[in-house]
Design a protein around this ligand. Sequence first.
Ligand SMILES: *Cc1c(COP(=O)(O)O)cnc(C)c1O
Length: 385
Amino acid sequence: MSSHKPPLHADTLLAHGGGGFDAATGAVVPPIPVATTFVRDENYALISDGHLYSRDDNDLFRKTENLLATLENGAGSRLFSSGMAAVAAVARVVKPGGTLMAQSGIYWGTTLFLREHCARNNIALVECDASDLATFSDELAITKPDLVWLEVPSNPYLKVADIEKAAALCKTAGALLAVDATAATPLILKPLTLGADLVMHSATKALNGHSDLLGGVITARDAKSEAWDLIKAERKMAGAVMGSFEAWLLLRGLRTLSLRVERMNANAQALADHLETHSKIEKVLYPGLPGHTDHTVAKAQMAGGYGSLMSVQTKGGKEEALKVTGALKLFQRATSLGGTESLIEHRRSIEGETSGIPGNLLRLSLGIEHIDDLIADFDAALKTI
Ligand SMILES: *Cc1c(COP(=O)(O)O)cnc(C)c1O
């Protein structure tokens, strides 16, 4: 008989918080390491390897990073103090004089940061609709970027770029491919397995899932790339490290990730199905709907659901959309996504009248409530228009 054991499922690894127990006490939950510095012995050797100064690393970072790298099928992960700190670390891989291509119509914070960062650092920024492969391929051939940034699914339009095809095109063009997969979570989308070089998540969202910490994570496919060396050095030297308390909360949040993702996906799919045929709704943007432009791609590259993010367009314009938003009792009017509570946002109010975002578009993040309560809340609010 073979001694080969199948690898444990992601749900199991998560439920055990990455596994193992404290060797000294047997505690099933790791302690929060608070020391910033570690002593040396009489011969000036470290008392314990890997314990030097806590901006470099600490046991809790390592444990959480190993768990996240395993979920992504990656070679290694690094935690950052926020999602944007992780975005910035990836962007800094492109040297002055280089070119960065970013998907258009993505997370507003990323777009704003990349525009300012590139302008200040003499980096050419090309914004391109990467869910249109023909356009993407043409732009890639013409602009020859050093790095391509995709967001899958994108926010707030829920476009789903074909990562496998994009990765093949990037490889031919000599560009690195980084994917922000925050809205999907590693449980339903694994960009590295599809050929991306780097995957990034805002851990502030579903990874932690409780709207109570800021964090980011980058995971690399290849342990030995120049880009990964730069990102690791960036974390250590530029110092955008996560706090130990946040890392501890994140690892605790991760224990229930698979349950939360299952429920959030189911809620999102059910609400999308319900609203799609509602008389007060013009359009539902959700990749789990067979009528969605990128449904075929989403179905092929996502497993177990289509995420907790969706946008809906109400009949009428901005006034009607804001009226519905104001009438909701359960959905909280707040930015962010991936928490246990459902949230709603009017993106045009945030990004401005010239943003091109339709005035009747509402972005929803589905939480883990009972679906009947969410549907009832929405139905009642839609009755006001
Ligand atoms: C929230 C978010 C970010 C930024 O993360 P922070 O943790 O807020 O800094 C980046 N990308 C996406 C898709 C996000 O939703």
